[in-house]
Write a protein that binds this ligand. Structure first.
Ligand SMILES: O=C(O)C(=O)Cc1ccccc1
Length: 624
């Protein structure tokens, strides 16, 4: 039951409602949705809706019409993020859990962990207690296995996931692991569910072999009703009549789950298919369908694995899969971040060095801009986003120490380079420390109930007009450029004129409670913007694959050719070359290059020395 409160309800009136619910044996939570305060309750305390509606401070009562209450989306409209160390499951970034089916020995576990970490996994899995179909199969190393998992966490900074099979193992898992897994066969072991509910650690709850989605969510309800909200659902295939795969992966469960519950959902394509070659296609499909992450079995010698070798990927296959996921994720508004753990560690170190103060990232505009989204996707919740009025202000603020990072758009796949930012990169002595690719989907946003035919004037960032040119050319609208897209939506809202609209993203419409009148109005669906992250100093740690430089050459034949030849002679791939006029020197140019190499590495030092001899000016923007 949802009890929607009057805006002016007093604390005393609220306490009275809470007391009635508590005495009636209900668990209640306070929810805020669209600015309204709501009390969500697991029951009605034996009273009718009319009774609650007659209480002072209550506006109305809405029944929760599902068997599960605390895990239902109605009771908690926002997505839950389960925090596991530095990793947030259910956030902007895809979480990939990888490792062998069973912890076999120390050396093998450390070797596999090193590989999966290098390829972008952020949590390590491995069973220490193995419930197997056959009593004669390998049953796991027990506490010795847990100690190995703890060593993996210590060595690689990766939180670890393992299965618990009985409440008797509770003390051990509390001591050694970060996420407790409930296996498919134990999904309805209610004593075990209550036990992990009381432990409070994040729980990964697998769907039972023959469980309906409702039964699965009822099991999650057991855990949450014990006070543990940190539940991650894991679909691992259900038993059907189909023998070609070990189980049938129910990918349609993802959108169903996303609708019914606020809990994150991840997919285990390894157990679902049971066959190595089927794992990557299903993993790709799961991310495309909106899963928050994956759990994948990886083994460096699967033919000799003690458990489930036939479904384990070789590390190289895992690496290829991760590269595919990196490309797919932005299409569904997510990111696969190869630097997830390194970045989190580096930001944490900065925090400690700065007397525990949180780090800040400057972005263009107000909450709801594309830059804000890029900032959130790059840092997750670890860094506080700070709004700015212009790109120049971002550079200024980072240089003066008002923010540790700045997030700026550099180029767009439809409209090309954001020249102002190329020029500012030259002007300011800051480093590029990261990049992020965002799919940009623009919408025509207006007042609730307004119609496209009524629109006469549209507001947006100038870049957006360029990207939606073919759509807006079909209408006789007046275009008003403003500093950012979220501001455009806010202005339209404040001016309260149904003939005005804004071109902006979904977040801006949601934040300002405005309506999307027409979706996806960009000229081409392959509309991506590449943002870079700037800082005063490089971020230490992590693998760096790309670098950016600016240089200028003398004005003689072949000068640019000579400079670029240095890269060719050393086998370095250039991925971008752009020229910008040098201010005050007509017809002379600065060249901006992006390379697939780490210019800060020792191997590149001689190459940079060679380059320096061929050019007049060099500025290393950074490697990331
Ligand atoms: O105004 C915004 O939302 C921005 O972040 C600037 C922008 C506009 C269009 C594409 C990418 C960034």
């Amino acid at each position: 039951m949802l009890i929607v409160l009057e805006p002016d309800i007093t604390q005393k009136q609220k306490n009275h409602i809470y007391r009635i619910l508590r005495e009636g044996g209900c668990i209640s939570r306070e929810i805020t949705e669209a600015g309204r305060q709501i009390i969500g309750s697991t029951g009605d305390a034996g009273r009718s809706p009319d009774f609650f509606e007659s209480l002072e401070g209550v506006a109305r009562v809405v029944p929760v019409n599902t068997a599960f209450k605390l895990v239902s989306r109605q009771m908690h409209p926002e997505d839950t993020r389960v925090q596991v160390g530095d990793v947030s499951v259910g956030g902007e970034r895809i979480v990939v859990i990888a490792g062998p089916c069973a912890v076999e020995n120390r050396e093998r576990s450390l070797a596999i962990a090193g590989q999966v970490r290098k390829y972008g996994a952020v949590l390590f899995r491995g069973g220490a207690f193995k419930p197997r179909t056959s009593p004669y199969a390998f049953q796991g190393l027990g506490e010795e296995g847990l100690k190995i998992l703890a060593e993996v966490r210590q060595t690689f900074g990766m939180p670890v996931v393992t299965e618990i099979t009985t409440p008797a193992q509770a003390d051990l898992v509390m001591k050694y692991v970060d996420v407790i897994q409930i296996g498919a066969r134990n999904m309805q072991n209610f004593e075990l569910l209550k036990c992990v509910g009381r432990l409070g650690k994040p729980v990964l709850l697998k769907r039972g072999l023959a469980a309906t989605i409702e039964e699965w969510l009822m099991s999650a309800e057991y855990i949450v009703s014990e006070g543990n909200d940190n539940v991650i659902l894991c679909e691992r295939g259900i038993r059907t009549f189909e023998p070609y795969t070990r189980n049938t992966l129910d990918l349609s469960a993802i959108p169903v789950i996303k609708n019914l519950t606020h809990l994150p959902v991840i997919i285990d394509p390894s157990h679902a298919t049971g066959i190595r070659e089927k794992v990557s296609p299903m993993a790709r499909a799961a991310i495309a369908a909106g899963a928050d992450g994956l759990m994948i079995e990886v083994h460096d010698d699967p033919d000799h694995a003690l458990s489930d070798g036939a479904q384990s990927l070789y590390p190289e296959q895992f690496s290829r899969l991760m590269r595919d996921l990196y490309v797919i994720s932005p299409v569904v508004d997510k990111q696969l971040d190869f630097g997830y753990l390194d970045k989190a560690r580096a930001v944490d170190r900065m925090k400690k060095a700065g007397n525990g103060q949180g780090r800040r990232a400057a972005f263009l505009g107000e909450p709801g801009t594309y830059s804000h989204k890029a900032c959130m996707q790059y840092f997750g919740g670890q860094v506080q986003p700070v709004p700015m009025n212009s790109f120049k202000e971002i550079y200024e603020t980072v240089r003066e120490g008002g923010a540790d990072f700045g997030v700026i758009p550099l180029e767009n796949s439809l409209a090309g380079s954001v020249h102002e930012n190329y020029d500012l990169l030259l002007e300011y002595d800051l480093r590029i420390v990261g990049e992020i690719l965002l799919r940009i989907e623009h919408h025509l946003i207006g007042h609730p109930g307004a119609r496209v035919e009524d629109i006469r004037r549209v507001y947006s960032h100038p870049q957006v007009f360029q990207q939606c040119r073919s759509y807006i050319d079909r209408h006789q609208w007046e275009w008003i450029p403003v500093s950012d897209t979220a501001r455009a939506v806010r202005l339209v809202k404040e001016q309260n004129n149904p003939a005005e609209g804004a071109l902006a993203g979904r977040d801006a419409a949601r934040i300002h409670e405005m309506q999307i009148l027409e979706q996806g109005i960009e000229a081409n669906a392959r509309n991506y913007t590449r943002f870079v992250v700037i800082a005063r100093e490089p971020i230490s740690g992590g693998q760096k694959n790309k670098s950016s430089l600016i240089f200028s050459t003398g004005n003689q034949p072949g000068a640019l050719f000579e400079a670029l030849k240095v890269f060719a002679d050393n086998g370095i791939n250039l991925v971008k070359l752009e020229s910008r006029p040098i201010h005050g020197k007509p017809w002379e140019y600065m060249f901006y290059v992006d390379l697939e190499a780490d210019v800060d590495s020792d191997e590149l030092a001689p190459v940079i020395r060679q380059l320096a001899q061929k050019i007049d000016y060099l500025k290393i923007l950074g490697s990331y």
